[in-house]
Design a protein around this ligand. Structure first.
Ligand code: DOR
Ligand code: ZN
Length: 367
């Protein structure tokens, strides 16, 4: 048995579903699942009901998180077609602006070039106005779900408006190669890849059926190989934890998305065991880079103790998410989280969540 101490990990892309979809997840269950996965800070997406697109809605979501979360939570604001610039006054309290440019779950899709211009321009203007005034000195990045031809559109808008761009869940060879080229040219771009797009491919679809459906979809084995070949271009591993219940997944119109916040670390540690990754690869992409990209405050006295040699089988029953399943059920993995300490307090003992609801912090709220 080899217990290793890691810093608390950051999952920079989760959907904790409050308000509006609390039958899928809530701030307590989602952050408890995070702690069980060795994650002590999560960044929550705005495609809730209502969406996180006005100061009042942002404040409502922040209050829900403050009351229930057991790990730290940053909140994205979302670009919407009807509220337009309404979120700008509270932009400094958000970890970033999320724009859904490609097909997704929920109603937040932006398909109009004029609107995209406007969001990049106003976010850039606000960042310039804030520079030097806030703990994260400017604003977080614009984070986009932009697949295929929408990727170069967003890359160019970011370049033209000089606004940092973060590409969420990259999946295709063409996309990662374009991002590599943009980085080589000095574009202000970073990107993330999910564990499911690293460890699953379209070959797994017959087995997984609707449980393997998400946006972006599982890619071809060649696309998956491209993620591994271009690991140096990948700034962040983030889960896109997108819980939906098994009943929804088995229904006539299964929503896209898979849970993942509690399986990321064992999957990545198994890749270390197999010689495909190093521990430093994980720490760079699950702690150092998300903290840098989003300007997150450090978490003092925060550690994860994990037995990297403990081998066990992932199962639906073992998941804390309200979704109650994982696309990796039956997989044999290495890496058992034994203890999580957040700001000096043991919050998870390998079995039970010991933190009180509301002991997690909502990030950036004092600005
Ligand atoms: O599969 C997905 N599920 N992709 C998204 O972009 C959204 C997410 C969700 O919220 O369920
Ligand atoms: Zn997402």
């Amino acid at each position: 048995m080899a217990t290793v101490q890691l810093p608390g990990l950051i999952d920079a892309h989760v959907h904790l579903r409050e308000p509006g979809y609390t039958h899928k997840e809530d701030f307590y269950t989602g952050t408890a699942a995070a702690l069980a996965g060795g994650v002590t800070a999560v960044l929550d997406m705005p495609n809730t009901v209502p969406p996180t697109d006005t100061p009042a809605r942002f404040a409502q979501k922040a209050a829900l998180a403050a009351a229930k979360a057991v790990c730290d939570v940053g909140l994205f604001v979302g670009a919407t077609t009807d509220q337009l610039d309404a979120y700008l006054p509270i932009a400094p309290r958000a970890c970033g602006l999320k724009i859904y440019v490609s097909e997704t779950f929920g109603s937040l899709r932006i398909e109009d070039l004029g609107l995209l211009h406007r969001f990049f321009r106003t976010w850039g203007e606000k960042a310039t106005e804030m520079a030097g005034d806030t703990p994260h000195s400017a604003l977080g990045p614009v984070a986009v779900h932009a697949e295929e031809l929408m990727l170069p559109v967003c890359l160019n808008l970011s370049h033209l408006y000089d606004v940092p761009l973060h590409i969420v869940h990259v999946t295709r060879r063409s996309e990662i190669e374009l991002i590599r080229r943009a980085k080589d040219r000095g574009y202000p771009v970073t990107c993330e890849v999910t564990p499911h797009h690293l460890f699953l491919s379209s070959d797994d679809l017959p087995r997984l059926a609707a449980r393997g459906d998400m946006r972006p979809r599982l890619a071809t084995p060649d696309d998956v190989a491209a993620m591994w070949e271009n690991l140096a271009v990948v700034d962040i591993f983030a889960t896109d934890h997108a819980p939906h219940t098994l009943a929804e997944k088995a229904g006539p119109t299964p929503p896209p998305g898979v849970p993942g916040v509690e399986t990321m670390l064992p999957l990545l540690l198994t890749a270390v065991h197999d010689g495909r990754l190093t521990l430093d690869d994980i720490l760079l992409r699950c702690e150092e880079n998300p903290r840098r990209v989003y300007g997150l405050p450090s978490q003092p006295d925060t550690f994860v103790q994990v037995d990297v040699d403990a081998r066990y089988e992932l199962s639906d029953a073992g998941q804390r998410t309200k979704a109650g399943w994982t696309p990796f059920a039956g997989w044999s993995v290495f890496g058992k989280v034994e203890k999580v300490t957040l700001r000096g307090r043991v919050v998870y003992d390998g079995d039970r969540i010991l933190a009180d609801p509301g002991s997690g912090r909502v990030l950036f709220q004092s600005v």
